[in-house]
Design a protein around this ligand. Structure first.
Ligand SMILES: [Zn+2]
Length: 119
């Protein structure tokens, strides 16, 4: 038997019910076939890719790796600025590291270990 969240954890619909997603009232045990059917219904109603991926995985039409890959691609499609934002944060982190490296260099002098911190 499979435990199905009637308010799927990673869906964008039912946002206003976020606080009760994990409430046992909204969980139900289903057969694999029934579980697939529930995600098919949700997909037909809300067109959320996560439900199509769950349906196809439960029907053994997707491997686990394919499901993860497709879910990741869908998440990136829905969060288009994620990687550009991450680049900005990464840039800040790198600048901090360069600054830290400079301070260490000033205090302790240059060492062979230094080059491994920042290239
Ligand atoms: Zn489910």
């Amino acid at each position: 038997m499979h435990l199905h969240h009637m308010l799927p954890k990673h869906s964008s619909y039912f946002d206003y019910l976020e606080d009760v997603r994990e409430d046992p009232y909204y969980k139900v045990l289903l057969t694999v076939e029934g579980h697939s059917c529930q995600h098919d219904i949700l997909y037909q109603v809300f067109h959320f890719e996560g439900d199509r991926i769950a349906r196809d995985t439960l029907l053994s039409q997707l491997t686990r790796d394919e499901a993860i890959s497709q879910a990741r691609a869908d998440w990136i499609r829905r969060n288009p600025t994620h990687h550009s934002e991450a680049g900005k944060k990464g840039g800040k982190a790198r600048a901090k590291l360069v600054d830290l490296n400079r301070k260490i260099g000033e205090k302790w002098g240059k060492g062979s270990w230094k080059t491994s911190l920042v290239e």
